[in-house]
Design a protein around this ligand. Sequence first.
Ligand code: FAD
Length: 305
Amino acid sequence: MALSYRPSRHSARRPQVSFEFFPPKNADMETALWEAVHRLETLRPSFVSVTYGAGGSTRERTHATVKRMVEETGLRPAAHLTCVSASRAEVNEVIQSYWDAGVRHIVALRGDPAGGLGTAYVPHPDGYHQTSDLVAGIKAIGDFEITVSAYPEKHPEAASLEADIDALQMKVDAGATRAITQFFFDNDLYFRFLDKVRARGITIPILPGIVPVQNFKQTANFARKTGASVPQWLADRFEGLEDDVATRRLVAAAVCAEQVLDLIDRGCTDLHFYTMNKADLVYAICHLIGVRADTPAPAVAVAAE
Ligand code: FAD
């Protein structure tokens, strides 16, 4: 891997970054979320997004978080929305409430099967059947910007990568103008996928979804469920660090830096970070690639060295 990219504040094209957050479950998580949001806001992301819990379980919390972002920050938030276990009328009501709150960007998703991963997806009898239908439904309500998902290693339910690209094409035809990928650790997977998508004539930006590995065990478990592969070299790097949080953090930063610098080296100009509502690591990676705040970052306390 050639790390020839030299970040510079004067480089011709500052990479564009966007950040994903999840809605908080309690007061402590709420404090942590807003600390992270305010810190990352200084980097002027092109947008931020807030996830929607499985089966719409965070409907109110997602809405409240996105609304607060509109009201209290200069950010352009996108609300994730799924159509699982809900009628069209219910989903349309959520879409309309976002429009009324001034939200103009939705990340449209089908959602996982209500019976859990690995079970068959059964659409709600009165609901949107697939993501492309949801995209069309959103467009019918308001002129939202619509982002969708993409799967460099194929969605676990898809018969083939080609079938998945067919689904992506349908989402684009319905009005999606950007896709964010499922996370991956081997950049070749992303670039091979991108080649296939471009060969099919799909031209929308396909943002690589970057997951900083804050906790290897958790990430590996999540990856197994989503069909993302975890290379042995990655497991080796975190081996033996289960109880050593400080070293784990440094290794996580090095691993993420390596991935992101390689993506940029190979032509990526837009990156999407799954922040897990934690700013530090993402902020540092952004600094590394030349994405800086206009004003100096507020001091962040660290343990004495
Ligand atoms: P889709 O594009 O709908 O595809 C799902 C499957 O259906 C694929 O196998 C596809 O090939 C197949 N398919 C689609 N259309 C057709 C068709 N016409 N004929 C045959 N097969 C078809 N989940 C949440 O619950 N909340 C979130 O906030 C959330 N955010 C996400 C953000 C990103 C960036 C990503 C990558 C995923 C996110 N997910 C979220 C997970 C997502 O909901 C699940 O992966 C879900 O199982 C698929 O929904 P989708 O819209 O991503 O996939």
